[in-house]
Design a protein around this ligand. Structure first.
Ligand code: GLU
Length: 489
């Protein structure tokens, strides 16, 4: 077993996502950092599902999370789906543990039953807000005698609250941010068990991190305000504290918290768009961390070797889709043709033939930034385009009839080429023969491009024609000529 030098403990990290519908990019980012830290220190990375908030629970989202991590190549050593020495790893299957631990706190005088109605709590909060005070529980039920509390608990609904100290400070040395200190008087008597008997996040997370022997709690900065509550709970239980590390939140380019409104946040979306998992993971490595040699492109193995929590920046990392697209394009270009053929499978029409695909991939591999751009560049190979005569005439800069005639002329010349001569240089030569004072190369070849592809931007024209084949190329030129003449009779 490998021990962390400074801490003389086995490193065990975790992510604890709540199954609320999607696998969030932020969760993947946290997973990456936890995974890297565990692997770097010869430790274990755990995946726990925190599904005690039944109102936010979306059935099936656990699977979405497992599959996102699998796709990203960030495997866990123990978890809800694969089990492990501390199973179950799904909180809804551990409910009796939380009750047992909460009751233990009551017995030790560290927590109490609270019978206050929601109306009383709302009124209290309102008064406090009006006075400009922090909304906090006023501690009414804390003062109740134990016997009274116990007898009321037999017949009434209650929550269980932790007794938070009224004075002093709670502080910890955050592995990313240094010392953080919070005044205890600002910490509420937090609810540990809700009136439906379910634990709150605070209780469940502390009990599980303790029972699962988590050594490092590496999570997003949005949890900083919960950490003092957790520390008070660790202390109430007499548990050893883990190391806390609060990593920066990913931001939209306008610095707001990464959100659906500005950026896609679901890992599945990136998968469906044809981002490569290694590119997305590489990009996430650059969030709040930089390679010591300033490199942008590096492997996960390299990241693991170099990663340390004290190099994580607290400044707000911007998740920039354009930069990610650029990086993804670089990863695509590094792939072999055979790998790319495989990766593109879900993005190409089922009817596409392998040989034809190999040719198309050679033409577009340097242009696409995501795999789904394949269709943007290559759909015309599989389906005759709708040709817009206006777009075509804009390129030819001549009347419809003359343009149509020229396209037919080219079609006729092409007819004369045998199948074995149907090669890019011959196709270009045949076209060049038709140039004259009225037809510059640009006018003619752009017109041909629109006739064949329906677009003004396409992969190289004559290479594309070679793949498209003789019959199809001639058919499309003839069809475009027809469209021009019909529209302009
Ligand atoms: N269940 C919390 C979440 O949804 C876990 C937070 C933590 O890591 O403590 O992210």
């Amino acid at each position: 077993m490998v021990w962390d030098k400074n801490l003389t403990m086995t490193v065990r990290t975790r992510i604890a996502p709540s199954p609320t519908g999607i696998a969030h990019v932020g969760t993947l980012y946290t997973a990456l950092l936890n995974f890297a830290y565990a692997k770097k220190n010869g430790g274990k990375f755990i995946l726990r599902i925190e599904d005690t908030d039944r109102e936010r629970y979306v059935p099936g989202s656990e699977q979405v999370i497992f599959s996102a991590l699998r796709w990203a190549g960030i495997p866990h050593d123990e978890g809800s789906d694969i089990g492990g020495p501390f199973e179950p790893y799904t909180q809804s299957q551990r409910l009796e543990k939380y009750t047992q631990y909460a009751n233990q706190l009551i017995e030790n005088g560290k927590a109490y039953h609270c019978f206050c109605s929601s109306e009383r709590l709302a009124a209290m909060r309102k008064t406090q807000q009006e006075k400009g005070e922090l909304p906090m529980y006023d501690g009414l039920c804390r003062k109740m005698s134990q016997s009274q509390s116990e007898s009321r608990a037999k017949t009434e609904k209650f929550v269980i609250r932790l007794i938070a100290p009224d004075s002093g400070n709670t502080s910890w040395i955050d592995a990313v941010r240094g010392t953080i200190t919070i005044e205890n008087k600002t910490i509420d008597d937090q609810v540990l068990v809700k009136s439906d008997g379910f634990p709150t996040y605070h209780l469940a997370v502390v009990v599980d991190d303790h029972l699962m022997k988590i050594s490092h709690v590496i999570r997003a900065e949005e949890w900083i305000s919960s950490t003092p509550k957790h520390i008070l709970l660790y202390k109430a239980f007499g548990f050893k504290l883990p190391v806390f590390a609060h990593t920066p939140l990913l931001r939209n380019p306008d610095k707001s918290k990464l959100s659906k409104r500005r950026n896609p946040v679901s890992v599945l979306w990136y998968q469906e768009q044809g981002f490569l998992p290694e590119a997305l993971v590489n990009y996430l490595c650059l969030m709040g961390w930089s390679h010591p040699d300033g490199k942008d492109i590096f492997s996960l193995e390299e990241f693991i070797k170099l990663f340390s929590l004290d190099r994580v920046q607290t400044s707000q990392p911007i998740f920039d889709l354009e930069k990610l697209r650029w990086l993804n394009g670089s990863y695509i270009r590094q792939k072999s043709d055979a790998d790319l053929l495989n990766l593109l499978k879900p993005f190409v029409p089922k009817s596409a033939k392998k040989q034809e695909l190999i040719g198309i991939i050679a033409l577009i591999r340097d242009r696409i930034k995501t795999l789904n751009e394949f269709s943007e560049y290559a759909d015309f190979f599989f389906q005759a385009p709708k040709v817009d005569s206006q777009i075509l005439l804009k390129q030819s800069k001549l009347e419809a009839e003359k343009t149509g005639m020229k396209l037919l002329e080219y079609a006729r010349v092409l007819e004369g080429l045998s199948d074995t001569d149907w090669k890019m240089p011959n196709l270009e030569r045949a076209g060049r023969q038709l140039l004259d004072d009225r037809w510059s190369p640009k006018q003619l070849f752009m017109s041909v491009r629109v006739a064949l592809t329906g677009k003004t931007v396409s992969p190289p024209l004559f290479d594309s024609m070679e793949i498209l084949g003789k019959a199809q190329s001639i058919k499309r030129l003839t069809r475009a000529a027809e469209i021009l003449t019909h529209n302009h009779i």
